[in-house]
Design a protein around this ligand. Structure first.
Ligand SMILES: [Zn+2]
Length: 237
């Protein structure tokens, strides 16, 4: 029979006691952050305003708290595109279904050093409704460059059409645009967004080996947005 004193205490008391006594296991988080951190001096698309973060109120200057001013464009860092980025009348970020960005996804390695092409995609056995993130040399090379890398690996317009034909739901790329800097920028966006394939750009997949993952990628809620910065995390399945 337990001592009387135990029966006089609430279950919450024992719960709290147990938590204090037993430290949480120091297991490494299985989640991989594939988001580019926002910072002054980060890469930005040529011609778009750069990201600027500056203090507004500061403890160091005697203010009661720190507050920063954050200046960015809707396609800065890791972000999503809505159809409204390139096309009229097909939807804005308000129309993003959460199913497009939460759920299983596949990280696939692209060997082609120029662009993603249908021949390489044909080996992947893509399925209708899949969320596909392309890991190219961009993840290892482009983000490490001092300035914007105009020669990043992109989705060719032929590959965009292939992805649409396969019924892929979401496409992620590991630099600023699904389309190239010199080639296929507009047609690749038109083909994907025209069929409401949701696009995640600006990922860094250096730490995400090819394989199956659970993805959570939530863009900030910008009303009628043409795009929106997002946080994207992956957990191996
Ligand atoms: Zn974009």
């Amino acid at each position: 029979m337990p001592p009387r004193v135990l029966r006089t205490r609430s279950p919450l008391h024992f719960c709290t006691f147990a938590l204090i006594q037993r430290p949480l296991p120091s297991r490494k988080s299985p989640w991989i952050d594939v988001t580019i951190p926002f910072a002054n001096g980060m890469h930005s698309w040529p011609g778009n305003p750069p990201t600027v973060i500056k203090p507004h109120a500061s403890l160091a200057k005697g203010d009661v708290c720190n507050v920063s001013v954050f200046n960015l464009n809707t396609h800065a860092g890791t972000h999503m595109d809505s159809p409204w980025h390139f096309l009229k009348g097909l939807g804005t970020m308000d129309d993003l279904p959460f199913e497009a960005v939460i759920g299983p996804c596949r990280v696939v390695e692209i060997k082609d050093q120029e662009s993603i092409k249908p021949a390489e995609l044909a080996k992947l056995k893509l399925k209708k409704g899949e969320r596909i993130l392309f890991r190219t040399r961009n993840s290892q090379v482009s983000w490490k460059k001092k300035s914007f890398d105009k020669d990043f690996v992109y989705v060719s317009k032929e590959a965009a059409q292939y992805l649409v034909d396969k019924g892929v739901r979401t496409v992620g790329i590991d630099y600023f645009s699904v389309g190239g800097f010199y080639k296929d920028s507009v047609p690749t966006h038109h083909i994907l967004l025209g069929k409401k394939v949701w696009i995640i750009e600006g990922l860094n997949l250096a730490k995400a080996k090819p394989g199956r993952y659970e993805m959570i990628c939530l863009p900030i809620r910008i009303e009628k947005g043409d795009g929106a910065p997002c946080r994207c995390i992956l957990r191996p399945l």
